[in-house]
Design a protein around this ligand. Structure first.
Ligand code: NAG
Ligand code: NAG
Ligand code: NAG
Length: 364
């Protein structure tokens, strides 16, 4: 009896070891495969399109996915055109952007290039459709929509209260998305970064949308681009009329996004943002009148954390643009601000109850 008991335990034990061996081997292989594709520093080389090349969707397929582009599937309107939510046959939920336009080889080329860029903090482009006078971009779908709708554009729906550390996490995600673009060879400049282009998935992970789409539009638009340049709060004042976009222009836009995260309000175009001095004065003025920091944040941040974030914001929007930090450093610094904020709030409890108005937030 005892002998067979030992044998059974031995057999179970042996089987168990094997299972562990197999699972770890599986994880090893899987993780390696995964980390190659999803690595945050490793670049996905857009020239190595191969299998990642944007898929061509048929019109019938997308019509079916959106129930003939039914109005109830309409989820927005962006620079590219109307945006529809769709369900593909294989169960994938997608966001389809549609515009009218003649078929262009250039369009297919750009889609191939852009869909090779994949990252967990980017809204990845899956493919395109170019049929019957329509041009469409098919993206992965982000269930929780744009961060705008959680920050200030929330109609009558319940508000997701985003506390300070959550906003920092959103900022970190967006920074990593941009960081990936800027780290590619050659670097990819987003060209139209704004809060509306920061989407969140079901886990509230930030994903940057529409990378390079404004440039794509300039390339395929028949008439001379009429893309609105005037009075866009996110547009770097340093950017001349029709100038080429650089990484520093994205950094400026990112600074504006941070400002919206801090204020919880939609940014308006301000002359004051055109120089260090006027920007500082603007910020200090609003701190003193106590209408810069989102009042919903009260109780969820420490003064030090807020001060650090404001400083970083101002650095991103400094002049000349060559003085702005690189996206990589912005991401690192945000990470650090968040880590320190977590440590502080563990020690001291949740944040301050008051906002200390005034300029001393800046006296180092
Ligand atoms: C569009 O959707 C609505 C609501 O789901 C439905 O009643 C209507 O029949 C749909 N229209 C078409 C053309 O499928
Ligand atoms: C956002 O995601 C959370 C978590 O998955 C979910 O509970 C919530 O309903 C979503 N909010 C919106 C507005 O979709
Ligand atoms: C603006 O501020 C940045 C730091 O935020 C600094 O590096 C830069 O020299 C300043 N520019 C001018 C013109 O003073």
């Amino acid at each position: 009896m005892a002998g067979s008991f030992v044998a059974v335990v031995g057999a179970i034990g042996g089987g168990f070891t094997l299972i562990i061996l197999f699972t770890s081997l599986f994880y090893f292989l899987h993780y390696r495969k995964f980390s190659n594709k999803d690595s945050e520093t490793g670049s996905s080389d857009p020239s190595a399109v191969g299998q990642l090349e944007g898929r061509q969707f048929r019109m019938e397929e997308l019509e079916q996915a959106t129930r003939e582009f039914n109005e109830s599937n309409l989820i927005g309107c962006g620079s590219f055109g109307l945006v529809y939510k769709g369900l593909l046959c294989d169960g994938t939920v997608v966001a389809i952007k549609r515009r009218n336009g003649r078929p262009r080889q250039e369009f297919i080329k750009e889609v191939a290039y852009l869909s090779a860029i994949q990252h967990r903090n980017l809204v990845n482009l899956l493919g395109y459709c170019q049929e019957r006078g329509s041009q469409m971009l098919v993206y992965e779908y982000s269930p929780n929509g744009s961060i705008c709708t959680h920050l200030y554009d929330y109609g009558k729906d319940a508000i997701t209260k985003l506390e300070f550390k959550q906003r920092l996490s959103i900022a970190i995600g967006a920074a990593k998305g941009l960081c990936h673009l800027h780290g590619l060879q050659p670097p990819v400049v987003h060209g139209n970064f704004k809060t509306a282009n920061v989407l969140v998935d079901e886990n509230f992970i930030a994903k940057v949308a529409d990378a390079k789409v404004s440039e794509l539009l300039r390339k395929i638009e028949d008439v001379g681009s009429s893309s609105s340049t005037s009075l866009n709060a996110f547009r770097d004042p340093e950017l001349g009329e029709g100038g080429t976009f650089r990484e520093t222009n994205d950094i400026y836009s990112f600074g504006m996004f941070l400002l919206e995260l801090i204020s919880g309000k939609k940014a308006t175009y301000e002359e004051a943002f055109g120089s260090n001095h006027s920007m500082l004065q603007w910020v200090q003025g609003h701190l003193i009148s106590n209408d810069l920091i989102d009042h919903r944040l009260i109780g969820s941040f420490t003064e030090q954390g807020m001060r650090d974030l404001l400083k970083l914001t101002i650095k991103c929007m400094s002049f000349p643009g060559t003085n702005r930090p690189r996206m990589e450093n912005v991401a690192l610094e945000l990470d650090q601000i968040r880590e320190e904020e977590i440590t502080r709030t563990i020690i001291m409890g949740e944040g301050t109850e008051t906002i200390t108005p005034g300029s001393h937030l800046f006296t180092n």
